[in-house]
Design a protein around this ligand. Structure first.
Ligand code: ADE
Length: 236
């Protein structure tokens, strides 16, 4: 999958794209992350890409033309089928289901806003899917784009090893993860639950399911309710 990121701050992505699983995915050729500096598409001699909003008000708005030009250029370079996403707090809420949908795309073009966002004609002219990573406002779309590209990349076939993908399965089930423990068996008087060292795989699996359910009901009653209603639906 090719992920093109159109941003005013390409250097913000070097850490995320250059480490760990994303680094490996790029080395193995499963994911390619291509950073595009929106300033390169400025039509202004000072490389400006923003201007004050019509009608007045605080801040600056990103002009539509450089964004149109950047996307058109990408389309010409073989990204005809890439799915366009614009990161904005006003978009649809990002979740694991949307990550899974996006991971099936051939390519993604991520548009990162800044300041007071994009000129509305970007949305009118390019019809991107507008996506928010949560109900809070960040200084720009770069961190949301990193969240999206990280969570989507790990779902691209082959990116995760078999051990890692098992974790993925339990998360996709719609419940929170059960607690994990590792060596040593006792830390500052805190012991590993007896069942986990019992060697009884069936009991371990039961305990984990129970803990996962308990946690989900306590911390994310919304998820627990969603899961129950799904189950009922399936029985119909
Ligand atoms: N830009 C600023 N805040 C954002 C958010 N929560 N999601 C997506 N893009 C954003």
């Amino acid at each position: 999958m090719i992920i093109d990121v159109v941003t005013l701050f390409p250097s913000m992505f070097s850490g995320v794209a250059g480490e760990s699983i994303l680094k490996r995915a790029q080395e193995q050729g499963q994911v390619k992350i291509n950073l595009i500096n929106l300033r390169d598409y400025s039509r202004d001699k000072h490389k400006k890409v923003d201007a004050p909003p019509y009608g007045g008000g605080p801040g600056m708005v990103i002009m539509a033309e450089p964004v149109f030009d950047a996307v058109e250029d990408l389309r010409k370079k073989g990204r005809e089928d890439s799915f366009l996403v614009l990161l904005t707090p006003g978009g649809v809420r990002f979740d694991q289901t949307l990550a899974q949908e996006l991971s099936k795309q051939k390519g993604l073009i991520l548009l990162c806003g800044h300041y007071e966002g994009f000129d509305e004609r970007v949305s009118q002219g390019l019809s991107p899917l507008e996506v928010s990573i949560g109900d809070y406002v960040l200084t720009g779309g770069e961190i949301p784009a990193m969240v999206l590209l990280d969570s989507v990349s790990r779902l691209v076939p082959g990116v995760l090893g078999s051990k890692e993908s098992l974790l993925e399965e339990s998360f996709t089930s719609g419940a929170l993860e059960y607690p994990q423990y590792t060596r040593p068996q006792e830390v500052r008087g805190l012991k590993v639950p007896e069942v986990l060292v019992s060697g009884d795989h069936e009991k371990v699996a039961e305990w984990r399911e129970e803990k996962s359910k308990e946690r989900t009901e306590e911390r994310r009653p919304d998820l627990a309710a969603k899961k129950k209603s799904k189950k009922q639906f399936r029985q119909l």
